[in-house]
Design a protein around this ligand. Structure first.
Ligand SMILES: O=C(O)CCC(=O)C(=O)O
Ligand SMILES: [Fe+2]
Length: 246
């Protein structure tokens, strides 16, 4: 979907090595809804999949209060050339243990791997990207239109697994019910060429819902998307990516 070499990138690749920092003492994933009560919903064919109630409202609330204690940094207003304008506060850490927990100690692994869907996921899914990103958007903050890149990663183990990311994972911890207004993630279906008489397709808007997990295809077939401006309250998101064997 993404026209090649056109448009901004997310600017979140591990291009600039981060100094090693102590991994946070992440709280346990409890309470959770039983796996049997959860399902993947393909809300936009081949592009966007959601899991409503992936985390409970209580777990989201506990996480927001825990994450508030982390040293978040405000992203520079002026992005590097080619990167999207992204105004939010974030915390980024390479934490393979947390990524593995988020994968295996929740319904994610079962839901994603129970049906062999190599075509959908872009290969054999082996886990989540250890590069964990926490975003906090306060009033006035947003993430401008961009495409998410696919990256090569190595999942630790004996032996390590060589993998590449194929889908973005966004786990929303806040919503209008928690006082966060705005901040929807909006996807823009492929815009036809200017001269075409076809109408421009409507954007696909994902409203914030605390505990909703959203997966969207990235890399060469990523849809143009943005995080709309937050107009009140705070939007909190946990970001990782699905990884397939390479
Ligand atoms: O915060 C959002 O709604 C979008 C985040 C995003 O697009 C990204 O992490 O690449
Ligand atoms: Fe993105």
């Amino acid at each position: 979907m993404a026209p090649k070499k056109k448009g901004k990138s997310e600017g979140l690749t591990a291009a600039s090595p981060q100094p090693a920092k102590a991994t946070p003492n992440w709280p346990a994933f409890t309470p959770l809804v039983p796996k049997s009560d959860l399902a993947l919903e393909e809300v936009l064919q081949g592009q966007i999949v959601t899991i409503p109630n992936f985390w409970t409202a209580t777990l989201c609330k506990n996480y927001v209060s825990f994450l508030s204690s982390l040293p978040l940094t405000t992203t520079p207003g002026k992005p590097k050339k080619g990167d999207a304008v992204r105004v939010n506060d974030r915390f980024q850490i390479d934490d393979p243990v947390f990524a593995e927990r988020l994968w295996s100690q929740t319904a994610l692994k079962s839901l994603v791997t129970e049906a062999q869907r190599k075509e959908l996921w872009g290969g054999e899914v082996v886990g989540l990207n250890p590069n964990i990103r926490i975003y906090r958007y306060s009033k006035g903050q947003f993430f401008d239109q961009h495409y998410d890149d696919s990256n090569n990663v190595t999942l630790p183990g004996a032996p390590p697994t060589l993998a590449r990311t194929t889908w973005t994972l966004l786990l929303y911890l806040t919503s209008p019910a928690t006082g966060c207004i705005g901040g929807e993630t909006v996807f823009y279906p492929y815009s036809p060429r200017k001269k075409s008489k076809d109408p421009t397709p409507e954007p696909f808007v994902v409203d914030l819902e605390a505990g909703l997990a959203l997966l969207h295809r990235h890399g060469a077939d990523c849809m143009l998307h943005e995080g709309r401006e937050v107009t009140d309250g705070e939007k909190w998101v946990i970001r990782s990516d699905l990884c397939v064997k390479r």
